[in-house]
Ligand binder design. Structure first.
Ligand code: ATP
Length: 625
């Protein structure tokens, strides 16, 4: 297995990242206690309840003195007062909610650990319905905050403007007291924060002119293939924007509603990873979205049933644990090649796993298996070069906990996000322009960098391209397909059939393994990965033994069509299935193709196939079928 040297072209460095240093500037800064001016919502609610009780008691006393009518005359205005107290309490709570959200956004913008480090005193609520917006804001921040930049205060005003959709001017910036006062423009002079709508319109027009609607994925050069930067698309200036696995947080999160372009983007990522010779494991919860890459070289498995998906996730986790053990026993991270684990439609997958666990009568720990495993992979995977690509529909999905967001280096949000989701996702660093409703149009943020608008590369679905016989797409796929297959296909190997009961199935899944080839084989996936990385460098003696064992037993492999021979047992495509090759002839006037005549279970046929297409063959003397 090839070692991965650092690649110079990386902007953020490549190769195994060092653990990041923690920001301890605020270690000694005590969070300011929240300052709530006037009555709290709870006090107002208590007053309302007290008033109701008072009114009812008064009425009861008067009624017992045969003065019920006078009692009602007392009761009605007092109840009205109670309602008013209650309504004011509710409004207070809603205003407090607005300020809490603003504090979250500002905490990220200012760079304090969380919202409790800020004290925001919001006053003069006016306009905008019943709740209103504050026209004066006093923001007290910790002394550790670096507010020396000349545009620091106006930057905060802009962040408040983006969150509350109201213009502010900087009323006063008390640098010594670490207090910033923002006011609405009618009360004080000063520079208005620019209107987001106008800013966004200008930026959107510029981007619309610059970004094309379809950009075919460029065929990787030799230099690209040694890089850990996986191209995602192009920005308005035509510069490639990529996912850098070697960045401090290596994983990738893909967000987007139905039809936004997740499948196309994931197909591209799989193709790029496979071209670099990295193994790819796919959990495709919709079952058919990524089926098109099932026969792609180096895509070891596309798990489309829930049972298989559970096994693949579990095995990815075990693989990670195995790699950690290798590192603990002295191996170097640079000996471990990247393993890319794609979890497509994570929300649905996690829910389905929870349902399966409940059906099987398992406890809450089992129900959160998918979530826990993915969290572990996100947290520790990159230390051992196991990288997760997570796709999910909504940016505000509660499955994406804040700490997960910190583990994910690159986020691609396809399509539009609402303001709230955007400010949470981009940590207050909200992009000036929203993605247009064009498939594949996305906002990308790498680390804490500025989010950029890109058009994701178009990568055809190999199955679909074959089905509709789209010549251009087939040509592109031929060029993208790796010529060398470094990782064999895998299948789920279970100890026995899954027919007994949900409980038995659950247990069998947890103990199931992955094995090479389509048939039964003894080598486990974890062994195989380690074997490839440690084989010659002494990383895993057990792994080397596995390869030898596998080769003695024989296994299926991918070859180019030009390598097919008469008598080969080959799988040309999904339609023909496994066939025996009877003849291989050149095609007249087209040196790029070969005419293949074959015979299968359902009869014989012929087809013209590109010489460079990779097809899977099985060796007739290996005895595994
Ligand atoms: N990068 C792109 N360039 C050009 N067209 C694209 C691109 N991405 C997606 N499309 C178009 O949009 C369609 C829908 O894309 P895709 O299937 O990837 O969406 P999706 O987000 O996976 O949807 P779902 O969640 O429903 O599976 C594609 O069939 C394609 O026609």
């Amino acid at each position: 297995m090839a070692r991965h040297d650092p690649v110079e072209s990386f902007t953020t460095g490549s190769g195994p990242p060092e653990p990041e240093a923690k920001d301890d500037r605020f270690a000694s800064a005590r969070p300011a206690g929240p300052t709530i001016k006037g009555f709290t919502p709870a006090q107002l609610t208590a007053t309302a309840i007290g008033t109701v009780l008072l009114a009812v008691s008064l009425w009861a006393i008067l009624a017992s003195l045969d003065q019920a009518v006078i009692g009602v005359l007392f009761l009605l205005p007092t109840l009205a007062c109670a309602c008013a107290f209650y309504a004011v309490g509710v409004r207070r709570r809603m205003r407090q909610g607005v300020i809490d959200e603003l504090a979250e956004v500002l905490a990220r913008h200012i760079g304090v650990p969380d919202a409790t480090y800020l004290d925001i005193d919001a006053r003069q609520w006016q306009g905008r319905g019943w709740v209103g917006v504050p026209h004066v804001l006093n923001i007290q921040y910790p002394t550790e905050v670096d507010d020396s930049a000349p545009d620091w205060a106006s930057g905060v005003a802009e962040a408040v403007h983006a969150q509350l959709d109201e213009q502010y001017t900087v009323g006063r910036h008390n640098v010594r007291g670490h207090r910033l006062t923002l006011r609405d423009p009618t009360r004080t002079g000063g520079t208005l924060t620019p209107e987001p709508a106008a800013r966004a319109d200008r930026a959107r027009d510029a981007v619309r002119r610059a970004l094309p609607e379809t950009v075919a994925r460029p065929v990787p050069t030799q230099a690209d293939l040694t890089s850990w930067l996986v191209p995602l698309g192009v920005d308005g200036a035509g510069t490639r924007v990529g996912w850098n696995l070697a960045a401090p947080q290596g994983h990738l999160l893909v967000l987007g509603r139905s039809g936004a372009g997740k499948r196309v983007l994931l197909t591209g990522i799989v193709v790029e990873a496979a071209a670099r010779g990295w193994p790819v494991w796919i959990i495709d919860h919709r079952r058919v979205d990524l089926l098109g890459v099932r026969d792609w070289p180096n895509v070891q498995i596309v798990a489309s049933t829930l049972d298989d998906q559970i096994v693949v996730l579990n095995q990815a986790w075990r693989e990670m644990e195995g790699r950690v053990a290798l590192i603990e026993s002295g191996s170097s991270r640079t000996e471990l090649e990247p393993l890319v684990v794609v979890v497509h439609h994570f929300r649905e997958f996690a829910s389905a796993v929870a349902d399966a666990a409940n059906r099987a009568g398992q406890g809450p720990a089992a129900a959160s298996l998918a979530l826990d495993r993915v969290n572990d992979l996100l947290r520790h995977g990159r230390q051992v070069n196991v990288y997760v690509v997570l796709s999910i529909q909504r940016a505000d999905d509660p499955l994406l906990r804040e700490e997960n967001r910190d583990e994910v280096g690159t986020v691609v949000a396809l399509g539009r996000l609402d303001n709230r989701a955007a400010s949470t996702l981009w940590s207050g660093n909200v992009p000036a322009e929203q993605a247009e409703p064009v498939p594949g149009r996305a906002t990308v943020q790498a680390g804490d960098g500025t989010p950029v608008l890109i058009q994701c590369f178009w990568t055809p679905d190999p199955r679909e391209a074959r089905r509709v016989n789209d010549e251009q797409d087939l040509y592109l796929l031929d060029a993208l397909r790796p010529n060398v297959v470094t990782h064999p296909v895998l299948h789920v190997q279970r100890s026995r059939a899954l027919t007994d009961s949900p409980e038995a199935s659950w247990r069998v899944n947890l103990n199931a393994d992955l094995a090479e080839g389509y048939g039964s084989s003894t080598s486990s996936l974890a062994d195989w990965s380690r074997a490839r990385t440690g084989g010659s460098s002494g990383g895993s003696a057990g792994g080397s033994a596995t390869i030898a064992q596998t080769e003695a037993a024989g296994w299926s492999e991918m070859v180019m069509v030009s390598q097919l021979q008469v008598g080969s047992l080959a799988r040309l495509d999904d339609d023909t299935g496994w066939v025996i090759i009877e003849q291989v002839e050149p095609v007249q006037n087209d040196g790029t193709k070969l005419l293949i005549r074959w015979r299968g279970n359902d009869g014989a046929g012929s087809q013209m196939v590109s010489r460079t297409r990779a097809v899977r063959i099985r060796h007739l003397n290996d005895g595994i079928y």
